[in-house]
Ligand binder design. Structure first.
Ligand SMILES: [Zn+2]
Length: 120
């Protein structure tokens, strides 16, 4: 499963960040997903629940931010936000564009907790 592998890679990053900052647990993980990344937000959420079990991020909330699709025009040089199924330049309407963003999946932010709130 594609999403599970992605989650495991994300959790590897999260775990090393948590270890580096000596955090007890992770409260939330914010990831950015471009519409062209081929990743379904819902599937990622489901996979995350499975992948995070037993890790430092077990109780963390996974927040998914949808990233905009952005193209750069090879004709007029301007950058514009566009739709995933319509990669054309907003300025001149040319289709000869290159993708600036929209196909990425990245870890944007990790929120950590250093002390347990209710220490037993
Ligand atoms: Zn253009």
């Amino acid at each position: 499963m594609h999403e599970l592998a992605i989650c495991q890679a994300l959790l590897d990053q999260v775990e090393s960040i948590a270890a580096e900052r000596k955090a007890h647990c992770v409260t939330s993980i914010i990831v950015g997903i471009g519409p062209l990344s081929g990743v379904e937000a819902q599937l990622l959420q489901n996979a995350y629940t499975i992948a995070s079990a037993g890790t430092v991020a077990e109780n963390a909330e996974l927040v998914i931010d949808q990233m905009p699709v952005r193209v750069k025009c090879t004709q007029c040089g301007s950058e514009s936000d566009t739709l995933p199924n319509k990669l054309i330049c907003k300025q001149c309407g040319d289709w000869r564009t290159t993708l600036v963003s929209g196909d990425e999946l990245m870890l944007l932010k990790v929120e950590l907790e250093k002390q347990m709130k209710n220490e037993k």
